[in-house]
Write a protein that binds this ligand. Structure first.
Ligand code: AMP
Length: 114
């Protein structure tokens, strides 16, 4: 079982600006925002990345994307649009090995990423 800084945020051992929480998911602001709105949506269970999903996580991952949509709307991103990203592994640029969706919005985002 991987233990990262995000597990400490889940357990409230280190502070975060929490935007949403339920039994299985947490949304909180990224500490180094890359856009006017930048938050992360994570499962409380420490799944390392989307590539480590098991088949019985399909419902959980659907729920996480529902949380993405709900918090994005609450943060006012629906009209202008926004981006949802999950980095996986070394080539994906993942730095924290606990599954997370980045949600970025509030400015126009370039494509493709670097
Ligand atoms: P990634 O590079 O995709 O693994 O993204 C990890 C993200 O976690 C980065 O955008 C960091 O800024 C963010 N991050 C790291 N530590 C914290 C923290 N304590 N609170 C909030 N966000 C964090």
């Amino acid at each position: 079982v991987s233990e990262t800084i995000f597990s400490k945020i889940v357990r409230k051992e280190i502070p975060a600006t929490i935007l949403f929480e339920d039994d299985v998911a947490l949304a909180f602001r990224d500490i180094h925002p890359q856009a006017p709105v930048h938050f992360l949506v994570i499962p409380k269970e420490p799944i390392p990345s989307l590539d480590d999903m098991a088949e019985d996580h399909k419902g959980l991952v659907g729920h996480l994307q529902w949380v993405v949509r709900q918090v994005a709307r609450q943060q006012g991103l629906s009209e202008g649009g926004y981006r949802v990203v999950t980095n996986i592994g070394v080539d994906g640029g993942q730095s924290v090995p606990h599954l997370h969706y980045h949600v970025l919005g509030g400015r126009h985002l370039a494509w493709p990423p670097g």
